[in-house]
Design a protein around this ligand. Structure first.
Ligand code: SF4
Length: 688
């Protein structure tokens, strides 16, 4: 009956809450969201959705949306016209460029805006402002995984599709909690486990839902995953349980690799990781017995000082056992945000153009120079950690941040906020007045996914279109429109009338996408990039690895032990997601239903620790790290064991935001903050 009302319409969209990439139809009437209707046509999720995808959309109509450009006047923001706001942005950024040079500017793109918008952020940075100082939030999460996979197989993305995870004989989850972070993917694993005899191993410091369901659950000491991965690989090679033929045909550096992992005996691994020798052998036996092993990993692996090397160790294990170059097996870093894969694919990183093409390669740079009609910088730019350092040194004067709440998302929030306040000029393109936006000089109101067109790329490299379901709110604009307006204010002549034209330009410069366009992506259709010839590639490497000799390489990077903390910080702090919320909560805290279920964050404490410290459920404690302190209520739970505590990341309150505790250590290669290597002490404020 509802459809008879002509104002009711159905629009296909792609979920904006996680990297699984569910698509569905949203029913709307004027600006009201009536319901979410899943469809059998959806390539990833079919008729499934999770609580966020189904009920999390109220934020779009929140009265807190920013609906017109805002300009800072003293301590206040004053509404402005687009003319005034854009003039000011161009004048200030142009002025800083002229006075201090292009590298005094830094740009941060977003894993929540579309591919087309990410493409334009890198183009604005490089063509218009002449610097490679551009980055996105994959720096905070999955850069180490991408790097590890590039080193070993040549492509920094999932080696297969979600179907291959569901079809694997064995799934190993390392440092990821998909029932909370990637719910529909977790449903696929649960179903395969229950109905199709799939085996499941969960490796985590926290006994989350997928640990409860696993055939084997082990808790390593924080930051030691590299060791058990290498020990199992060595043990399997020693036992002759590896795939010698596969290695001989397809993998380089075998002898060097055997040499490198020789110290990692089971005894040594038990000592370092705390996982018993029996459990290590059991894991090896399960890999040996399985028809296809898929390893999924998340930030429990990557947010460590050597998350990149641990990602390599995962790839090494898969290569040694012949679990690459085939279906129903492989390497699956689970991308957190809906478009974190796409943001990196589109080149919003300091070292690459779209499609992972190096900025220091003369031939590639010449191609982009020809297309952009300017000389482009020949040296790699700064990542977002280095940008903060450059602010501290007085070298970076202005930033332009699109849809990223850096002030809470970066580790050591107090420091990040100090740095943002030092900038001469800050532009923030946002839909809400986030903490980062509060530091801005100009805020440009962007649009959420339901109010615009474009594409997102999910964790399995699948590109999907979203269509405009709602009219723009107030004076807000699609983010691509804003970026174009800034470029044109700077004297360029971008003339995109629709995101399809931006996509076509990107594809013409990017071999991986050469066979992809909006027609290929029409409706429920999708495209999976990954083949050098630019065709659809759900499973990578079936025709060889992405190196000139088509062979993979064992990665030869050794273990780096966790960061040391002074003794008084005696508790290991884990942090991560809850099912009901998304990230720092800027969106889901504005959704009444989700907010009702989990209004406040807390600290999960093991029964042993609760007893030792004399605290009960609801007690109030202060957690203190070398970087800051928070106050949170206690939840006593056997999800935790011993002296490891867990705080969800979904708060941006100065009382309880976990990144007030996390610190300055970063991954040795990619500079991803070691969020998971944080130690705290606990002061009891109220015992119950
Ligand atoms: Fe959205 Fe992820 Fe839930 Fe799917 S699993 S509906 S993409 S939040």
């Amino acid at each position: 009956a509802a459809m008879r009302d002509t104002r009711t319409k159905k629009t296909k969209t792609v979920c904006t809450f996680c990297g699984v990439g569910c698509s569905f139809e949203v029913w709307t009437k004027d600006h009201e969201i009536l319901k979410i209707e899943p469809s059998e046509n959806a390539p990833v999720n079919s008729v499934s959705t999770c609580v966020k995808g189904k009920f999390g959309w109220d934020f779009v109509n929140s009265p807190e949306r920013i609906t017109s450009p805002l300009i800072r006047k003293g301590d206040m923001f004053v509404e402005a016209s687009w003319e005034e706001a854009l003039d000011l942005v161009a004048e200030k950024l142009g002025g800083i460029k002229d006075t201090y040079g292009s590298d005094a500017l830094g740009f941060i793109s977003s894993s929540k805006v579309t591919n087309e918008e990410n493409y334009l952020v890198q183009k604005l940075t490089r063509q218009v402002f002449g610097t490679n100082n551009v980055d996105n939030c994959s720096r905070y999460c999955q850069s180490p995984a991408s790097w590890g996979l590039q080193q070993t197989g040549g492509i920094g993305g999932d080696s297969g599709s979600i179907k291959d995870i569901a079809g694997a004989g064995l799934v190993i989850l390392v440092g990821c909690a998909p029932a909370e972070g990637h719910p529909v993917l977790a449903t696929r694993i649960k179903r395969a486990h229950k109905l199709h005899g799939q085996k499941l191993i969960t490796v985590d410091v926290r006994r989350h839902e997928m640990a409860d369901r696993a055939d084997l659950f082990v808790r390593p000491k924080q930051g030691t995953d590299y060791v058990w991965l290498s020990a199992i690989t060595k043990y399997m090679i020693d036992q002759g349980w590896h795939d010698e033929t596969f290695i001989q045909q397809h993998v380089n550096q075998y002898d060097e690799f055997i040499n490198m992992i020789s110290p990692y005996t089971l005894e040594e691994a038990e000592k370092i990781t705390g996982i018993s020798k029996e459990n290590l052998i059991q894991m090896a036996e399960m890999i040996r017995a399985a028809d296809g092993t898929a390893i999924c990993w998340g930030m429990g692996v990557t947010q460590n000082i050597a998350g990149s090397y641990t990602s390599v160790a995962i790839a090494n294990l898969l290569l040694a056992t012949g679990n690459m170059m085939r279906k129903n097996a492989g390497a699956f870093p689970l991308r957190g945000h809906n478009n974190v894969q796409g943001a990196a694919d589109m080149g919003t990183m300091p070292n690459i153009f779209p499609g992972y093409q190096s900025v220091v390669n003369d031939e590639i740079r010449a191609k982009f120079e020809k297309a952009y009609g300017v000389t482009l910088p020949a040296k790699q730019g700064l990542d977002n950690i280095e940008m903060l350092e450059a602010i501290e040194k007085g070298q970076m004067k202005a930033m332009y941040i699109v849809g990223e709440d850096m002030a809470w998302v970066d580790a050591d929030s107090n420091h990040t906020q100090d740095m943002l306040s030092k900038l001469d000029f800050l532009v923030v393109q946002e839909i809400f007045l986030t903490t980062t936006a509060k530091f801005a000089d100009v805020i440009l109101p962007g649009a959420p996914s339901l109010e615009k067109e474009g594409t997102f790329t999910n964790t399995e490299r699948r590109v999907q279109r979203l269509y405009q379901a709602l009219e723009l709110t107030g004076d807000s604009k699609p983010d691509w429109w804003i970026l174009q307006a800034v470029a044109n204010r700077m004297g360029f002549n971008w003339g995109y009338e629709h995101p399809s034209e931006i996509f076509a330009e990107m594809a013409s410069l990017t071999p991986f996408f050469s066979h992809c366009n909006y027609d290929v992506l029409e409706g429920w259709n999708s495209f999976t990039w990954g083949s050098p010839d630019g065709t659809d590639t759900p499973v990578l490497y079936l025709n060889g690895f992405n190196f000139p000799d088509k062979k993979a390489r064992f990665g030869l990077f050794d273990y780096v032990p966790p960061v040391e903390f002074p003794k008084e910080f005696d508790l290991s702090l884990d942090n991560g997601r809850l099912l009901e919320h998304f990230h720092e909560g800027n969106l889901t805290h504005k959704s009444e239903g989700l907010q009702y279920k989990f209004p406040k964050v807390f600290v999960e404490v093991s029964p042993e620790l609760a007893k030792e410290r004399g605290v009960k459920d609801g007690a109030l404690v202060r957690l203190v790290s070398p970087y800051g302190a928070i106050r949170v209520p206690v939840l006593v739970t056997d999800r935790m064991e011993g002296k490891t505590v867990y705080v969800p990341m979904h708060s941006s309150s100065h009382e309880s935001a976990v990144n007030l505790l996390t610190g300055g250590a970063v991954d040795v290669v990619t500079h991803t903050p070691a969020y998971k290597q944080t130690k705290v002490r606990m002061e009891v404020l109220e015992a119950e």
